[in-house]
Structures are given as structure tokens and as C-alpha cells.
Design a protein. Structure first.
Length: 185
């Protein structure tokens, strides 16, 4: 009913209500014989519908609005010449180039930092290797000294050994050892 409340005052519906009258049922024959003629008086009510003014639809409203906007923007907007279009294109290209160069510079800086970091790591590793080698050498010299000290104490013990109380084979063994020690010194 909401539609009727909106449209009842519209001329199209006012004409229909007035011209409607009592409903009459008429049979239309579409297969009339060629010799007969149809009566145009039956279709007299369609003339009233033809003269009615129909409101524009949404498509026409949108089209009209689009044309108004287009003509207004054409009138207000400056005409772009080839030079201005070319200048805008060059600006865009330059902006893209600048952005690309900035990215490349940033990537280059990051690579330089990474290389410097790797070099520092290599220097640190080399320093650690050298320190480890020095520590190993120091440990080796300490062990060598200890071994030499033990060897010296053993040789001293052999050199100061009394062989008179030993059997013949033992005497011979320790005498040979004493001769070897004396030859080395």
C-alpha cells in the first residue's frame, strides 16, 4: 500500500482511475481472416495512455547527471597539452627512478655493512685461532718441560744407581743405560 500512497496523486494513475470504468471482457482475435477488417474503435483507450507523460527512469537520470558532470568538468578543467602530459609522464618516470635508486642505495649500504661485519668476524676468528695456537704451544712447552724434568730425574736416578749389589745381567743393563745417558749429555 505504500506504493499506492506515493503514486495515487501522479497524473498517470489519476487518468487510469477516471478512465477505468466498469471492466468489460473482450475477446481479441489474432487470427482474423484476410478479408475482414478490424475495428479500431476498440483500441480508443490506448490514446489516453500515449498522451500521458511518464517520468524518466533511473538510467536516464544517471545518464543526464553524467553528461552534466562531464560538461562541467570539461568547462572547468584546463585542456592538457602534449607538453603537460609529457611533463607529467617524465615526473612519474623520475619519481620511479628516484625510488629505485634509493632502494639500490639502501641495498648497497646493507651489503657493505654485511661485508664489513664478515671481515670483522674473520679478523676475530683469526685472532682466536692465534690465541688458541699460542695457548697450545704454551701447554706443549709446559708438558715438554715436565717431561724433560721427569726424564732428567730418571736419568739421574740411573746414573747414581749402585750396580755392585746387582746380578750380572742387571749390572750390564744399567751400565749400558749409563753409557747412553753420558753420550747424550
Amino acid at each position: 500500500m505504500h506504493c499506492w500512497l506515493e503514486l495515487q496523486k501522479h497524473p498517470k494513475w489519476e487518468n487510469r482511475v477516471v478512465s477505468k470504468g466498469p471492466p468489460e471482457k473482450q475477446k481479441k482475435t489474432s487470427d482474423a481472416s484476410p478479408g475482414t477488417t478490424s475495428n479500431d474503435e476498440d483500441f480508443g483507450s490506448t490514446d489516453a495512455l500515449d498522451t500521458e507523460i511518464r517520468p524518466d527512469g533511473n538510467k536516464r537520470d544517471k545518464e543526464r547527471l553524467r553528461k552534466v558532470k562531464a560538461s562541467a568538468s570539461d568547462a572547468l578543467a584546463p585542456k592538457l597539452s602534449l607538453e603537460t602530459v609529457w611533463a607529467q609522464k617524465l615526473e612519474k618516470v623520475e619519481a620511479k627512478e628516484a625510488a629505485k635508486n634509493a632502494r639500490y642505495e639502501r641495498a648497497f649500504e646493507l651489503q657493505e655493512k654485511q661485508i664489513a661485519l664478515q671481515e670483522r668476524q674473520m679478523v676475530n676468528q683469526e685472532r682466536e685461532r692465534q690465541m688458541a695456537n699460542q695457548e697450545r704451544e704454551r701447554q706443549m712447552t709446559i708438558k715438554e718441560r715436565e717431561m724433560a724434568q721427569k726424564q732428567f730425574e730418571l736419568e739421574e736416578k740411573i746414573m747414581s744407581m749402585d750396580t755392585t749389589t746387582m746380578s750380572g745381567a742387571q749390572q750390564q743393563f744399567y751400565i749400558n743405560k749409563q753409557n747412553e745417558i753420558a753420550a747424550r749429555r
